[in-house]
Ligand binder design. Structure first.
Ligand code: HEC
Ligand code: HEC
Length: 243
């Protein structure tokens, strides 16, 4: 079973349960200004490709901070150079990027032309006719660390898919057990390490989550997705497993 299949299955499952996709519609569908204005026949250098396309359109997922989706990190020139063929096929087939607005046709054309030219560091001009003078481009410096867009919010799981295991891995484990476990000191005498203990505390948990009083104010609050996930589960009767 490949990832595409899993992803389609996911979409399919979500589709069946009033799943509302994260709001990506408000993301700009216009392309990068520098790329859009590039004259035909000009292949930009890596810096332009990196800041104009890779950073805004790929690094949300293909960076250390973005989780290196598919094991692919596109933060440096050498990493990108290593993956030119894979990137070319992903971009040609429009299979990347996902979940955000697609590349504009100009971005796609420029990105593919750059890849076809071997992913040059410096910009270059491709002769389009016998009279076209060949420009000697100025050297582009290799950029330092690129800005990484804020990761997209994780989709909220469909309500009828939320079981104890999911709530434990996404919310309680990472956000509550540092204090509510044997090794965390069982704050307020509350231990949330097992299904039974969480089930017994469900009313208290619901009220602290709804009021936002837990995790303690000095800690980072739950993300909207974490909050909705656990509240949905509590409202559904806190099932250990779902069919
Ligand atoms: C929202 C997250 C996200 C964004 C944005 C994104 N990718 Fe991906 N990418 C993934 C995931 C997840 C996979 C693995 C699943 C798949 O193959 O569909 C993947 C796989 C890939 C692969 C491997 C494909 C293969 O056949 O093995 C390449 C190459 C790739 N992405 C390039 C890019 C490029 C280039 C961009 C930007 C133009 C980009 N991705 C934007 C999430 C993303
Ligand atoms: C940094 C430590 C810390 C974290 C993280 C934390 N708690 Fe607490 N929790 C406490 C302390 C200390 C108390 C007792 C003092 C208080 O009520 O403010 C408490 C009290 C509670 C109570 C009882 C409140 C009452 O009014 O009786 C519940 C229920 C609770 N926590 C649930 C949670 C849940 C659920 C999470 C995760 C979303 C969480 N806590 C995360 C430290 C923590």
């Amino acid at each position: 079973m490949n990832n595409h299949y899993l992803f389609s299955l996911f979409i399919l499952l979500m589709g069946g349960c009033n799943y509302s996709a994260p709001n990506v519609a408000n993301q700009s569908t216009s392309g990068n200004a520098t790329i859009e204005k590039l004259p035909t026949g000009t292949i930009p250098g890596y810096q332009t490709i990196a800041t104009g396309i890779i950073s805004p359109k790929c690094l949300g997922c293909h960076s250390s901070a973005g989780g290196n989706a598919a094991g692919i990190n596109l933060e440096t020139y050498s990493n990108v150079r290593l993956r030119l063929a894979l990137i070319s096929s992903a971009v040609t087939s429009d299979s990347m990027p996902i979940r955000i607005s697609p590349l504009t046709s100009k971005e796609k054309e420029v990105f593919l032309a750059w890849i076809d030219a071997g992913g040059p560091i410096n910009s270059m001009t491709v002769a389009t006719g016998p009279t076209t003078p060949v420009m000697v481009p100025p050297a582009d410096p290799i950029p330092g660390p690129l800005p990484i867009p804020t990761p997209l919010p994780k989709p909220i799981p469909a309500p009828n898919k939320i079981d104890y295991k999911l709530v434990n891995t996404q919310v309680i484990g990472p956000r509550c057990l540092s204090c509510h476990s044997d090794s965390g000191g069982n704050s307020a005498g509350i231990n949330l390490e097992t299904y039974e203990s969480v089930f017994n505390e469900r009313n208290g948990i619901k009220s602290v989550i709804s009021s936002g009083s837990m995790p303690l104010p000095r800690n980072r609050p739950l993300t909207d997705t974490q909050k909705q996930t656990i509240l949905t589960w509590l409202n559904k009767g806190s099932p250990e497993t779902v069919p």
